[in-house]
Design a protein around this ligand. Structure first.
Ligand SMILES: *Cc1c(COP(=O)(O)O)cnc(C)c1O
Length: 388
């Protein structure tokens, strides 16, 4: 009779901690009593929301008292046309996180397992563990996925294998050819999820969507989102493209109205506004260069990225002469200390210790002046704490 709530909970859930997102702008402004905070912490689109999207949301307001179209008819039509797939291959989600969770709920349970990569997107770990399934993580290759090492972890109880292409938080990517090669070696009892959340940003030759492999492999699922390049992070719209049988399974379990009317309308409008998308991609290209060159100029090493963010390594010698206060908390990594100093100066980036990268911070690409401000303040902090 002395169970704690945690004794009652499913074993997988007992292991979980709440997901910690990037610190909200309003929160830091409230804490510091300042304004004009720069948030470069959640890989959001710094251009905001396109005008066409705003209009679509306002129009959707007229039907705000009604339930959404649970089948997302118009958005699916638009996506099917845009991607040259059929609507029965599509599943809509409340962000693509919803789809990752649905996949785990449909295909995993006790005694089964899923394969991921070290430094891979953290949500895979959460959704797998929540199903009381085993997580098998393969060592990374440099910082990217090692597909052969991942395939080597597959056994008869493996039902899911998650590949982020590009990966967050490392910004690494894989050629389509490598994914095709892996698909050819895996048993059809493994559902391979290729998470293409940052697909729109990548212009590298050799990069390609796994969509082109769908006809060959009914055990392949591609996920995408409107949260990143399309600028709709707050509206929570993602989608999966798969074999119709997989889509049918996912649709059985999803909440009937998992995507709300404003999200549906906004996403359909965003798809139409391809010039906003192109502007976003161009701005990101320039910003990536600006940040990467700026980090190099400061002598900071980073992982070359094709996404809208860069993971950089905080020099370990930087913090040796930190203030007495900071030295008191010996357990704090240099990266955590730098993160906090950046916060005090009104810049929010993202610590990624949870990705087993305790010496790195991740910075999202912002507007040109936001990137400059980040680099400037970073240079200032490093100069004041550096070994002489
Ligand atoms: C941001 C992100 C997602 C998508 O998140 P949603 O907002 O839920 O669509 C999915 N995968 C990766 C790797 C991401 O970084």
């Amino acid at each position: 009779m002395c169970e704690t709530i945690n004794d009652l909970v499913m074993p997988g859930v007992a292991q979980l901690h709440p997901y910690e997102g990037g610190k909200p702008v309003e929160e830091l402004e409230r804490e510091l009593g300042i304004s004009h905070v720069v948030k470069l912490a959640s890989n959001e689109n710094p251009l905001g929301v396109s005008h066409m999207v705003k209009d679509a949301i306002l129009n959707a307001m007229d039907n705000g008292a009604r339930y959404p179209d649970g089948n997302g008819f118009y958005l699916k039509q638009a996506l099917a046309g845009h991607l040259s797939v059929s609507t029965d291959q599509l599943t809509l989600g409340n962000g693509s996180n919803d789809l990752l969770d649905l996949l785990a709920r449909c295909f995993l349970g006790e005694g089964l397992n899923a394969v991921v990569s070290d430094h891979g997107f953290i949500v895979y770990q959460l959704v797998v563990t929540a199903q009381n399934a085993e997580l098998k993580s393969a060592p990374a290759n440099e910082w990217g996925h090692d597909l052969q090492a991942m395939a080597a972890l597959v056994d008869e109880n493996t039902r899911l294998l998650f590949v982020a292409n590009p990966n967050n938080p490392t910004g690494t990517w894989l050629p389509l050819e490598d994914i095709a090669e892996m698909m050819a070696t895996l048993p059809s009892s493994v559902i391979v999820v290729v998470d293409e959340a940052y697909f729109e940003y990548v212009g590298e030759p050799g990069y390609g969507s796994a969509l082109s492999l769908l006809d060959q492999y009914p055990n392949l699922v591609v996920t995408r989102t409107f949260s990143k390049a399309y600028g709709l992070a707050s509206l929570r719209v993602g989608y999966a493209i798969s074999h119709p049988e997989v889509a049918e399974v996912l649709n059985r379990l999803r909440q009937p109205f998992n995507v709300n009317s404003f999200g549906l309308a906004a996403a359909a409008a965003a798809l139409q506004d391809q010039s906003f998308l192109q502007n976003s991609i161009q701005l990101n290209q320039k910003g990536l260069q600006q940040i990467q060159q700026g980090l190099s100029a400061l002598g900071i090493s980073y992982i070359p990225s094709v996404g809208n963010f860069v993971a950089f390594e905080v020099p370990s010698d930087w913090s040796r002469e930190r203030s007495v206060e900071d030295k008191a908390s010996k357990n704090k990594t240099a990266a955590q200390a730098l993160y906090e100093l950046l916060l005090q100066r009104g810049v929010i980036v993202r610590p990624i210790g949870i990705y087993r990268m305790p010496h790195f911070l991740r910075v999202s690409i912002g507007l040109e002046d936001e990137n400059s401000r980040f680099l400037h303040i970073l240079a200032d902090i490093l100069a004041s704490g550096a070994m002489s």
